[in-house]
Design a binder for this molecule. Sequence first.
Ligand code: MIC
Ligand code: SF4
Length: 643
Amino acid sequence: MKKSLALKILENHLLKGEIKTGNEVCIKIDQTLTQDSTGTMAYLQLEAMDIEDVKTEKSIAYIDHNILQAGFENADDHEFIKSAANKYGITFSKAGCGICHQVQLEQFGKPGKTLLGSDSHTPTGGALAQIAIGAGGLDVAVAMARGFYFIKVPKIYRINLKNELKDSVNAKDLILYILGKLSVKGGTGFIMEYTGEGVKSLSVTDRATICNMGAELGATTSIFPSDENTLKYLKSQNREKDYVMLSADDDAIYDESMEIDLRDIKPAVAKPHFPDQYEIVENLPKIKLDQVAIGSCTNSSYKDMMKVASILDGKKVHPDISLVISPGSATILEKLSENGALSKMIKAGARILESGCGPCIGMGQAPKSKGVSLRSFNRNFKGRSGTMDAEIYLASPETCAVSAIKGYIADPSNFSYEKNFDENIIFNHTKAYFIEREEDLSKRYKKTVKGPNIKPFPKAKPISNIDKKIIYKAGDGITTDDICPSNAKLLPFRSNIEYLSNFAFSTKISDFKKRAIENDGGVIVAGENYGQGSSREHAALIPLYLGVKAVLAKSFARIHRSNLINNAILPLEFVDFNDYEKLGEFDNIKISNVEYSIESGNFIIENIDKNISINLKGVFSDREKEILREGGYLNYAKNLELE
Ligand code: MIC
Ligand code: SF4
């Protein structure tokens, strides 16, 4: 059979099972990445697995999310991760080095390799023809300890590109267009594979923007072939030796496909509060802005930054606007400072931030109340900016920069600036930000360093029959930012589930924890795409800590579903969506014969108050069944032998 590139790479890494859509298989993981907001949990879990050395070719621990250090908590986290990195043979990337996905692309991504990261935007690596997947911290800990990952073989969605993007159109406008077409759940169960002659016109960093936001489609990952542009990029990063040419077979078979003429793509935005709220800029009314933020793992490449500098050159940021810019990595920042681009930004009145996630995850720069902010980022969920009533629009860096000058959302097509930058200059990686893996086992830390902010994580228990109240009935599209909100005040507590539990669902209701305590845990009911967004395992660990036994939803986002199973919380789906109406908040429900139902996949939920029964399904792989029975992935993975 003619194969897609994605399936070829999966096949090359197969350790167990058969590559067939829907099958769960075990694949070898070559590289892992963690970042600090999910990393503390991942390293606590790794520690619990009691290993001496990681099993991967390269594992890197980045510090890029919580770098405000407003109190000792962030610094405690960094120190703990640094010590764990040393103890287990992991490369440590210090704060200031840059955003994990950007640095990974520059320094470590390799065509044909697999990468597992404890961050949902890990698929950015697909720009270098990698299978790069985002997962919960525990899955990444297991990948470090054992070198493998279990994945349900996705379907492959071909996006065939024709022609070239117009001058002022960014790859961001293309992925926003795709999101508008397919929606935030359109990629669920798929790997998005880009093909066609249009691919040639996209640089590796353009491709990275597209793969990055494949996460917003709900896709498992996204991938581009490895071609001349890949070689040019790797050369520019002094990594020519990592190049291999890779592509799909001619006439490969795909499960779905879509063709896009790149000439049709126009500057666009995603309107509040979801990345799929697509609209082209020319159709927008005059939307006055208070803030513009440029950066994030989606759009902080050298080329993006150079375009921004060229737009700002000799201009002045509008008096009503605060413009903040965070270049993606220290390597890029260094180049911008060397070639004068940085001074153009500063002269125009931009506020330059450290290379890191910054405002994208609400670490500073929260907009004013009812503020309107335009951002080159990838997520605009309500409240994520740190201001509940702010309106966040997403756009390309070009649209952002032009709008920062104009004061309202403006189309960059009508603005003249330098559009073609040579991305293939040679970059000197800023090695000073790294602490390399310690090869000598005798020189490694014997113990990790745990300051007072590092608390033990809650442990799952084997699944049993359920007799509980529905403590919260949610609607569609609940994000992990709803379940476990993140902002400058809360991110420092990612190692403290007890504290974070006070804020569970606080973007929706104020008393979730109280409800859980009063009812000795309970069950959550939800609509479609429950748990979309971030990979944060905390969105499962908090419910686990509060005694939540099951989530009954119309559908689940991939990473969150795994996080629930890994922590032995049952994710069950409505067979008939109309049954959602039959379950009311605070109804008492019973699920009997759980052991048997896990085996069969059919669950009967008795609504005691309404005296009715409804059917839900939970289709689990044999491994998932075992995990639920054994009380979580940690116990299961520790002893697992791959025969
Ligand atoms: C995000 O963009 O939401 C994050 C912060 O990078 C998360 C990880 C986290 O919650 O720490 C992600 O996307 O996985
Ligand atoms: Fe960081 Fe934002 Fe990217 Fe998440 S989406 S990794 S917070 S820059």
